[in-house]
Design a protein around this ligand. Structure first.
Ligand SMILES: Cc1cc2nc3c(=O)[nH]c(=O)nc-3n(C[C@H](O)[C@H](O)[C@H](O)COP(=O)(O)O)c2cc1C
Length: 488
């Protein structure tokens, strides 16, 4: 079996878009699109007039034309929406989904993977966050319709996903149990999805993609391999220097003098033990340079997963002005990344790049009026009547409290849904004319990305990263042999 040495990590929302994943996979490594919030992102791309006609091209290839037509007719704005007009918003996810929300998930995930696969024959992966549970089933189905080669999932323990992949490959309906805070024993929290309810004609044959679990410890790695509902094909082991969400430290949370979580010995991964698990693994978090890649391979890893270095490539979805400002910081060596224990409503630490005028500024954060209109991070909870309600610690405080949330949970929370849309150029405009502020996440190694800039250049491409990362490992097998021969 052939595995990539480099996985370009999934970066939501829309940072690892189809164009970045396409570029990386074309080079023979694994390009991964982010599957997070693709339904809303799709709506915004159509509202902006489908620049370049890419969404239309994807829709034309979609196997259920009536569904594609419904979505196009509802959301496409021919000349793009006026700048001062707000984006239309698709309804929020809930356990009993509206049909049009399910259709948007299927279609948008299909299109992203379809476009990432265009023009080459190499595999493409899709990344989901286990915590964002409600869109899982139709999103995975849409990605599989487009022939996705890998599904990668972290930010939680995705035990049930391998079985979902098996069910879809066998053309079976399947279910997925939502975690519902305070649910009574035996309460039905399952979400169901039957492909036959959506197919226009006979069900297409689908391949079962490989499943890679993204975990942060040896214990979780073992749990995934022992208890998952189907085959786990490999593991990505992510350390807390990585961009995006990080696993919380084990044991009681302690903060350093800057207010960041302190990680200790118990959080260290034992690589030698990973080698005994019998599946390939990739190391992630601070592996964005040739030396680290080489060391990972020498330790027995199949390769590395890298995010931060790819986030700033010309192909990524990150807004050009944010790329420029952070690249300038990296060149000057002044990039500053804060591991924020509070910002994410998931409760997981979240890496935040300090960018003036962004949501990382205390003033900007204080000036934003709380609103919850995208709702991906809403936590399902059991209501006193035995139903399922939804709340987010970043929503207006009074609403959160009325839903049984605790005041202390609201402190420091930020609306990642709206911020991450702003990061990629689709900021919502509010009634008072203000734009939702961006909040950029990158890894602790932000400053090292300056290495990819050629002299005199202010941008770099995915190919520059791939070439540079592999520059010390291309002949690894040969080197190893020489070393062995020398010591023999
Ligand atoms: C901008 C950005 C967004 C990210 N979003 C996600 C995500 O949505 N899901 C995920 O599993 N990992 C996410 N990550 C983590 C990456 O997939 C990858 O594991 C990590 O960046 C590797 O560490 P590095 O940043 O030091 O290269 C994100 C990372 C970055 C930089």
């Amino acid at each position: 079996m052939q595995f990539p040495k480099i996985i370009q990590g999934g970066m939501g929302v829309g940072v690892s878009n189809w164009s970045l994943a396409n570029a990386v996979s074309k080079l023979g490594q694994l390009g991964v699109v982010s599957g997070t919030a693709l339904d809303q992102l799709f709506v915004r791309r159509l509202a902006d007039g489908d620049q370049g006609g890419h969404m239309r091209r994807g829709l034309d290839a979609f196997p259920f034309p009536e569904m594609a037509k419904r979505i196009w007719q509802e959301y496409f704005v021919p000349a793009g929406k006026p700048v001062q007009a707000p984006y239309a918003i698709a309804p929020m996810h809930q356990r009993r989904e509206l049909r049009k929300v399910v259709e948007l998930c299927i279609v948008s995930n299909f299109v992203e993977v379809f476009l990432a696969r265009e023009g080459h024959k190499n595999p493409v992966g899709i990344n989901f966050l286990e915590k964002v549970q409600m869109p899982h089933l139709p999103s995975i189905y849409g990605a599989m319709l487009a022939g996705v080669g890998y599904v990668l999932m972290g930010a939680g323990i995705p035990l049930h996903i391998p079985g979902v992949l098996d069910a879809f490959a066998a053309q079976h309906p399947t279910e997925y149990k939502l975690s519902v805070t305070g649910a009574a024993q035996g309460q039905d929290t399952a979400m169901t999805f039957d492909p036959a309810d959506y197919a226009e004609g006979p069900l297409p044959m689908l391949h079962r993609p490989r499943f890679l679990a993204i975990v942060s410890s040896n214990t979780l790695a073992t749990t995934m391999l022992r208890r998952a509902s189907g085959r786990v094909d490999g593991l990505v082991i992510e350390t807390p220097t990585a961009g995006g969400h990080n696993a919380p430290p084990r044991g009681k949370l302690q903060l350093n003098e800057n207010g960041e979580p302190v990680y200790g010995d118990r959080d260290r991964v034992n690589v030698a033990e990973l080698r005994t698990l019998g599946v390939p693994f990739w190391l992630a978090g601070g592996y964005g340079n040739a030396q680290q890649v080489r060391e990972a391979l020498e330790q027995g890893a199949a390769g590395v997963q890298v995010g931060t270095a790819f986030a700033f490539t010309e192909e990524s979805g990150l807004r050009a002005d944010l790329k420029m400002s952070l690249l300038a910081q990296a060149v000057a060596g002044t990039g500053d990344v804060f591991t924020d224990p509070l910002a994410s409503p998931t409760g997981f630490p979240f890496k935040v790049a300090q960018v003036q005028g962004s949501y990382s500024d205390a003033d900007v954060a204080a000036a934003r009026t709380r609103v919850c209109d995208l709702g991906y991070l809403r936590e399902p909870y059991a209501t006193p009547e035995g139903n399922i309600g939804y709340r987010c610690a970043a929503e207006p405080v009074a609403n959160f409290l009325a839903k049984g949330g605790k005041i202390e949970e609201t402190v420091g929370r930020k609306c990642l849904c709206n911020a991450l849309m702003a990061n990629i150029g689709h900021a919502q405009i509010r009634k008072d004319g203000s734009l939702e502020p961006p909040l950029v996440t990158v890894g602790d190694d932000l400053n090292t990305v300056a290495q990819f800039l050629a002299p005199g250049s202010t941008t770099y491409a995915a190919a520059d990263v791939v070439e540079s990362l592999l520059s010390m490992s291309a002949n690894l097998a040969v080197d190893e042999q020489q070393e062995l021969a020398a010591t023999a």
